[in-house]
Design a protein around this ligand. Structure first.
Ligand SMILES: [Zn+2]
Length: 216
């Protein structure tokens, strides 16, 4: 092939890849989440997606992130109490739309490809960290990623949260010893609201949400 046509083929391939990734239907063919146990116990994971047109109402936090209205009072109380103990917390990531989730996944796949992963491996690896659009709890607004702020050490913040979050209705959603069930790597910053009574049970019994819901 001539140099010029080789270059053209290369450009065409690159364009096609960009087009395919952008147009890829990342919405997984999974079942709609079971809403029969109420919103607090709705399990959204790689097998159960956020029901289409599920009605949610949001509150915008001072940091600019949004959370579902119903989790806000307990979230605020938790942050206030942490601060009174010298631990400054901030919501780094709250509600995410399906489209935002898709962009996040595309970005992660791109980063991994740049690191030398093949297309397939990049996709598999990315999904260990970024949920398939439709299957992220962030799309419910009941889950938050929490960061330490203003000099608070991250380890101290995560320790406080893992010891106390359940008192405010939040659970560490992806514990290190449940990755085979949740399918998600350990995330000390990701908390899901389930309400105080369920959170206390889940904490005391040492279960993850999937296991707890099965016991009911
Ligand atoms: Zn998260």
């Amino acid at each position: 092939m001539k140099k010029k046509s080789r270059f053209l083929v290369f450009v065409l391939c690159a364009l096609m890849f960009a087009f395919v990734v952008e147009r890829t239907d990342f919405s997984s063919p999974v079942r709609s989440a079971d809403t029969s146990k109420g919103w607090k116990l709705m399990v959204v994971n790689s097998e159960y997606r956020v029901p289409k047109n599920y009605e949610l109402e949001f509150v915008t936090l001072s940091c600019g992130e949004k959370v579902e209205k119903r989790i806000y009072p307990d979230l605020q109380e938790m942050f206030d109490d942490a601060l009174s103990e010298g631990i400054d917390l901030v919501v780094r990531s709250g509600y995410r739309s399906e489209e935002e989730q898709k962009q996040l996944l595309i970005k992660k796949i791109g980063e991994l490809r740049n690191e030398g992963f093949s297309d397939n491996k990049a996709r598999t690896e990315a999904l260990r960290w970024v949920s398939m659009p439709g299957t992220s709890e962030h799309q419910l607004g009941f889950a938050i990623d929490i960061n330490a702020e203003n000099g608070t050490k991250e380890e101290r913040a995560y320790k406080w949260l893992s010891d106390n979050a359940h008192k405010y209705g939040f659970i560490l959603r992806y514990p290190s010893d449940k990755t085979d069930i949740t399918g998600i790597a350990y995330e000390p910053w990701h908390f899901r609201y389930v309400g105080k009574s369920h959170a206390k049970e889940i904490y005391n019994q040492g279960l993850c949400l999937e296991e707890y819901v099965e016991t009911l």
